[in-house]
Write a protein of this length. Structure first.
Length: 604
């Protein structure tokens, strides 16, 4: 991530250049793994000044040319909290103007999924993140919904922990009893059939290796597939959502913590976050037809498996539908995002707190990101030459904007990598350029990434959903952003990037033949998942985030007996909590040929 020769460092965001194949941008379609390891999608980083870069040419609207050392103003070229930012451009690794450089007319959305390397593409069998959601000119009808198919064939397992032999735990589509299910044959996880003899996934476990504590098969899903989004780990219970049910398992041995929670229709949205007292909210459909809306809310206590309050979310104004919902938690505030508005409720009581509606006559909220802060992304001046996005931090208690940041036209915020600090990933209207920008606490631009690498966070792609926080592998602390580089067919790097300068601080290489994903930071360490191959289990490692040495330490080495199953989680949720590693699928194919895997837990 060095500055191009002869060019002084830029004060603003440097617009990234397009990444070499699979560049840095929105996530690409996951590919089936091939020995020795599955190929990875990639995000490319800009080398030229981005939308937020301070221009060196006269005038804030100077036109940037193809990438030559950062000389062109990026999207954030103007000064002040409302300066026009310029995002990363992936078209041969990054080329100028970034999302924040006001240089091109019209802020239109791409009519099809972005084509630049690293851009998101639908996963196997369908599913995608909608670049058009919330646009009044693009009212998506039920006919589109009927075409959506959730893909990604996976195979499920589950069973008892301790020293017992983990075997398939068939939970099925009906509500199982609270007692432990009988052991069943293990599906090999390779799509070859319905399994065979019982298989011990810990067989041949080597000294120092962890063991499979338990594993679970998925409930039956319709042939069109089903979502299995949502995994939460408490001090005692691992909770997983799948299709129309939510399951709770004891973290130690996989025994049911409580009876499964069932819903009359499929779950269509969940809060990625949980509250400090382990509460979540899920939304489910109000019917089975293609026109059914995602408007039924239900609060759940993860500790007891009990349902709390429930309510129906009313439709908004014209074009402001509940066809899909976004659910975001910030402390005790639940924000429910429709396509063009948001409504906040008290998590404990379900009482309505406030509405976030159209403002300044032309701007409407189209997505929210939560956690420790509440960030709103709005679409403004739709269908005009001044169409653009705006970013706001909202007060969770009142919904009032604490600051507003205007994104230059021709750029769109696709992902929020972090809310504290605010780290945004944006693309241009053609999806050929991308940018990563960090904002200060007042909304002004702190830095823009100026790396040469192509980066590859694992981001989901949903045609009707604008989930701003769906990227696995993008981690930030107060001063540093950690991102995985693209891995075509083998190992990759994790790069630590300064949030003050946008430049590389240090990097580490994968300790094996497979790629890595950052998970979280804790206690001055970066926790990393090194993915499994077909013949070697994955591992959890830690890397010191400060000091001169960034040597990896293995915290958990998964056994090779479950390697093929572990490596087959193409669409996944992962977490490392209290010395245990959890991996689960986020999509069910519903092919009906064999039982699909749902979740595995590893520990010592």
């Amino acid at each position: 991530m060095n500055q191009p020769p002869g060019q002084p460092p830029q004060d603003g965001f440097g617009a990234p250049q397009n990444p070499p194949s699979g560049g840095f941008g929105a996530p690409q379609e996951p590919q089936p793994p091939q020995p020795p390891s599955p190929p990875q999608p990639g995000y490319g980083y800009p080398q030229q000044p981005g939308p937020y870069a301070t221009p060196q040419q006269p005038g804030p609207h100077a036109q940037p040319g193809p990438y030559t050392p950062p000389q062109q103003p990026g999207p954030y070229a103007q000064q002040g909290p409302y300066a026009q930012p310029g995002p990363y451009t992936p078209s041969g690794p990054y080329t100028p103007p970034g999302p924040y450089a006001p240089s091109q007319p019209g802020y239109g959305y791409p009519p099809q999924p972005p084509q630049f390397p690293g851009a998101p593409t639908p996963p196997p069998g369908g599913g995608s993140k909608n670049p058009f959601k919330g646009k009044a000119a693009l009212a998506v009808g039920a006919a589109v919904v009927a075409l959506l198919v959730i893909g990604g064939t996976v195979f499920a397992l589950s069973g008892d922990g301790g020293d017992k032999k983990p075997v398939a735990d068939k939970i099925g589509s009906a509500s199982p009893s609270a007692s432990a299910p009988k052991p069943a044959p293990v599906d090999p996880g390779d799509g070859s059939g319905d399994g065979g003899e019982d298989t011990d996934l810990n067989e041949g476990r080597k000294p120092g290796e962890a063991k499979v504590l338990w594993y679970k098969e998925a409930p039956d899903a319709p042939g069109s597939g089903a979502d299995a989004t949502g995994m939460w780990i408490t001090g005692t219970t691992a909770v997983k959502a799948a299709y129309k049910q939510i399951f709770g398992y004891r973290v130690s041995d996989g025994e049911p913590s409580w009876d499964p929670i069932s819903f009359p229709q499929k779950i269509c949205s969940v809060t990625r976050q949980k509250s400090s007292d382990d509460k979540i909210v899920v939304a489910y459909k109000d019917g089975v037809s293609d026109t059914a809306t995602c408007n039924q809310l239900q609060q759940i206590d993860l500790r007891t498996g009990k349902k709390g309050w429930g309510k129906e979310v009313p439709e908004g104004a014209l074009f402001d539908s509940t066809l899909t919902l976004g659910l975001t938690l910030v402390g005790d505030t639940l924000v429910v995002g429709r396509s063009q508005s948001g409504t906040a409720f008290d998590l404990g009581t379900g009482k309505k707190l406030w509405d976030k509606l159209r403002y300044d006559e032309t701007c409407y909220p189209s997505g929210f990101a939560g956690g420790t802060r509440l960030i709103s992304i709005s679409s403004c001046a739709a269908a005009t030459d001044n169409q653009h996005d705006e970013v706001q931090e909202l007060d969770p208690a009142t919904g009032k904007a604490r600051w507003t940041r205007k994104i230059p036209k021709d750029w769109r915020v696709e992902n929020v990598y972090s809310v504290d600090p605010v780290v945004l990933y944006s693309t241009d209207e053609d999806g050929k350029r991308g940018n990563i920008a960090t904002l200060r606490n007042d909304g002004s631009v702190r830095s823009e990434v100026q790396a040469k690498d192509s980066f590859a966070p694992d981001c989901e792609w949903a045609f009707l959903d604008r989930d701003l926080q769906d990227c696995l592998g993008a981690v930030a602390d107060a001063d540093t952003l950690y991102l995985p580089t693209e891995a075509k067919r083998g190992p990759n790097d994790i790069v630590a990037i300064s949030l003050d300068t946008g430049k590389e601080r240090w990097r580490v290489k994968s300790p094996g033949d497979t790629s890595m994903l950052p998970l979280k930071t804790e206690g001055g360490r970066l926790i990393v998942y090194v993915e499994a191959s077909y013949n070697a289990g994955g591992r959890i490692v830690s890397v010191p985030t400060t000091g001169g040495s960034h040597t990896m330490t293995t915290l958990l080495q998964n056994p090779s007996g479950a390697a093929r199953i572990e490596s087959d989680f193409f669409s996944k949720a992962i977490d490392y909590v209290d010395g245990r590693f959890y991996i689960s699928t986020t999509q069910l194919s519903g092919d009906g040929k064999s039982k699909e895997k749902l979740m595995l837990a590893y520990g010592k």
